[in-house]
Design a protein around this ligand. Structure first.
Ligand SMILES: [Zn+2]
Length: 73
């Protein structure tokens, strides 16, 4: 695990979150407004997305669904 500092996409609160060492996107909840957002580490910078704005490949929930669907084929 490593930590990254991000700004909440809803209220701009700055906070430090734990992020895995791989590049998998993760959900985090804002400590101030409590809303869920997604943090995804890229090669050069950290992306922060609102839950509803994230593309499927950056949404942990969506990725899980896609992975299980692929297994059945
Ligand atoms: Zn917030």
């Amino acid at each position: 695990m490593s930590t990254v500092t991000v700004n909440c996409p809803y209220c701009q609160e700055s906070m430090t979150v734990n992020q895995g060492d791989d590049y998998a996107p993760q959900f985090h909840a804002c400590r101030k407004c409590g809303r869920k957002f997604i943090v995804e580490r890229g090669a050069n910078r950290v992306k922060v997305m609102k839950e509803k704005e994230a593309p499927c490949m950056s949404n942990p929930d969506c990725r899980e669904i896609e992975t299980s669907a692929t297994c059945e084929e």
